[in-house]
Design a binder for this molecule. Structure first.
Ligand SMILES: NC(=O)c1ccc[n+]([C@@H]2O[C@H](COP(=O)([O-])OP(=O)(O)OC[C@H]3O[C@@H](n4cnc5c(N)ncnc54)[C@H](OP(=O)(O)O)[C@@H]3O)[C@@H](O)[C@H]2O)c1
Length: 320
């Protein structure tokens, strides 16, 4: 049975015929990304599945054979900026339009020990934000040239923090050189960056009819956080049945992403944060979620900070 605060896409949205439309979903082989992909194909779309593990993508895609639309799989490792560039080059050789980009892939380091991307960035920030930043920027012209296109970026309830601790992006110390590393803080900060980026992009793209949004999908019973040592893995496995009544299936967790990509209402709120219900919000009034809702973290809606983030990110990924 669904949670009483579950927010569902309306029937019209999930019945739209998407024949002829092209979508790109990162991390399409698992969890929220997989259910988002499955529904888009079900509605007739062509979905480019951008996945780190191509074999895993092929395996899940075998179940799409009865659906109306079609798919393609292209390798993408967001922890490697060369891989992002290679992905875009292959994508642009094949496709001239892009109706929706869902920056869905994400990870958290499960042990409290810093890890790095191929390019030397703290991995959580590198994968959740920086890889998606480069991907999005390299696809912007295609998105601008596709009428009414949309960009969704997965954030998390974690970005909100609590009234005692509101995460912010430490632009001057992204690699935790002058502060103690904390894996959950790194995740919270990376997810603040995704909310800021969606907001900044909306401002930049407002003349181009491209709608952007950041998303909290709910507490998905996906593969998220399945890494870590034996103790952490055992704890996560044991916790799953206990948290069933307050968490969401992957289908439920895909609702917010599908709403952002498909609902007629979303362009009225470009740049906003859309959240499924979540018991994990520390601020009581946020637990019901909202499409859209205001983030309780003022850093997430700080446009000046967002612009600085984007300026710095251009340099970090070698675009300026
Ligand atoms: N689960 C939750 O409760 C929850 C809550 C809030 C926000 N989110 C966000 O929702 C999004 C989807 O997560 P999920 O719950 O569906 O988790 P999931 O089942 O673990 O899926 C995550 C996807 O991201 C991919 N990924 C990880 N690192 C990557 C990399 N370096 N390059 C390319 N792809 C990479 C994974 O690929 P592999 O299969 O190869 O690892 C997988 O396809 C994430 O952004 C996550 O932060 C999840």
């Amino acid at each position: 049975m669904s949670h009483k605060h579950m927010i569902w896409c309306d029937k019209d949205t999930l019945n739209k015929d998407l024949t002829g439309k092209t979508y790109l979903v990162t991390g399409a082989n698992s969890g929220v990304g997989l259910e988002t992909t499955r529904q888009l194909i079900n509605q007739g779309a062509h979905v480019v599945m951008a996945c780190r593990r191509v074999d895993a993508a092929k395996e899940v895609a075998a179940s799409f054979y009865y659906l109306k639309g079609s798919y393609d799989i292209i390798e993408l490792d967001l922890a490697n900026l060369w891989s992002v560039r290679k992905f875009v080059s292959l994508f642009l050789q094949k496709y001239q339009s892009l109706d929706g980009l869902m920056c869905n892939a994400g990870m958290v380091v499960m042990e409290n020990r810093i890890q790095y991307t191929e390019d030397g960035f703290e991995k959580t920030f590198g994968v959740n934000f920086l890889g998606h930043f480069l991907l999005t920027e390299l696809l912007l012209d295609t998105l601008k040239n596709t009428h009414g296109s949309r960009i969704g970026i997965l954030s998390s309830v974690v970005h909100a923090g609590s009234s005692k601790q509101r995460y912010k992006v430490h632009l001057n110390d992204l690699n935790f050189i002058n502060r103690k590393y904390n894996n959950f803080a790194a995740y919270g900060e990376a997810k603040v960056a995704t909310v800021q980026y969606a907001m900044e992009l909306a401002e930049r793209l407002k003349e181009h009819n491209v709608t952007t949004a950041s998303i909290h999908p709910g507490w998905a019973r996906s593969n998220f956080g399945s890494g870590g040592n034996f103790f952490v893995r055992t704890l996560m496995t044991l916790a799953k049945p206990l948290t069933k009544s307050i968490s969401n299936s992957n289908w439920e967790s895909a609702q917010t992403s599908l709403h952002v990509l498909l609902s007629d209402d979303v362009p009225k709120h470009s740049g906003a944060y859309f959240s499924q219900h979540s018991v994990l919000y520390r601020d009581k009034e946020c637990k019901k979620g909202g499409w859209p809702m205001e983030s309780p973290n003022p850093n997430a809606s700080d446009m000046k900070a967002a612009q600085k983030l984007v300026e710095k990110s251009y340099k970090l990924v070698g675009l300026k």
